[in-house]
Design a binder for this molecule. Sequence first.
Ligand SMILES: *[C@@H]1O[C@H](CO)[C@@H](O)[C@H](O)[C@H]1NC(C)=O
Ligand SMILES: *[C@@H]1O[C@H](CO)[C@@H](O)[C@H](O)[C@H]1NC(C)=O
Ligand SMILES: *[C@@H]1O[C@H](CO)[C@@H](O)[C@H](O)[C@H]1NC(C)=O
Length: 265
Amino acid sequence: MERTSGGPRGLLQLVGFLSGAWIVGAQGPPANHTRGESALFHLNVSPISDVRVVEWTFVTRNLAITELMPGARGLSPGWTHERYSQRVHVVDGVSLKLLDVTPEDGGTYEAQVKFRSGAFRKQLFALAVYEPVPLPEIHLRPGSRTSGRCNFTLECRLPGAGAAVSVSWRKGDPPGELTAAERRGLSPDRRTLNLALSSVHPDDVFTCLARSPAQERNASVQLGDHCAPRESSTKGSASSANAFSLKWILSAALVQALCLWMDYD
Ligand SMILES: *[C@@H]1O[C@H](CO)[C@@H](O)[C@H](O)[C@H]1NC(C)=O
Ligand SMILES: *[C@@H]1O[C@H](CO)[C@@H](O)[C@H](O)[C@H]1NC(C)=O
Ligand SMILES: *[C@@H]1O[C@H](CO)[C@@H](O)[C@H](O)[C@H]1NC(C)=O
């Protein structure tokens, strides 16, 4: 005979079986969502025709959400709590979709499937909902400029970010890990990064990654000639030469446009 699964889960299933209840999908890690998204609770049940009713409960608040009955095309709500009337949809004939979720929706959900035979089965779902992650803004603060070294600070600002948002930095394109020396310049909250240009290159791109368990956003900055010494710098003259040629191109284009316009007259 085949060995049945051991451990608490197997025991739970055995107890469930003896008492006529089948508990599947014991609570795993929560599905992580951002406010405003839809959460899909995938119900594992077939065939639908044997189902008498599926009762959905928000266990955390002890709130009955909806009762789904089998119909021509799978399950459909027979009764729904008014709080959820605009927010629940049945997807693919069996699964429940909760629309426009908010952090208050976070918690445990239960689907109790009652079969015509009298047997029933429970499925649990965990949901966590986070506020949206704001778009990070990188501020470059120049520091000291002594003996060939250029120290400066990159600060990753996240206006309005909640406590669930964590910050990390990447360097390069494609973005990779910081070097050990660069990591030493991290503030304890990881939002600011102190760097010295003797160890990083002006072409280096730094990326601030802000993430909640449900969402990730990023911003990048290229150091550029920020740290080029002002006096007798080749970089500085190169960029003013660029500025000069841009001005020249613009005025040439303007003259040409003017000529075209006069030709038309
Ligand atoms: C949701 O986020 C938590 C906390 O970061 C994590 O432990 C869990 O695995 C995530 N859930 C999923 C389904 O990835
Ligand atoms: C520049 O940074 C380096 C390392 O981050 C530090 O050792 C040095 O004292 C700093 N120099 C100044 C002038 O702040
Ligand atoms: C940064 O965000 C963009 C746009 O959302 C994305 O395409 C890119 O992969 C992200 N970069 C990283 C390092 O996550």
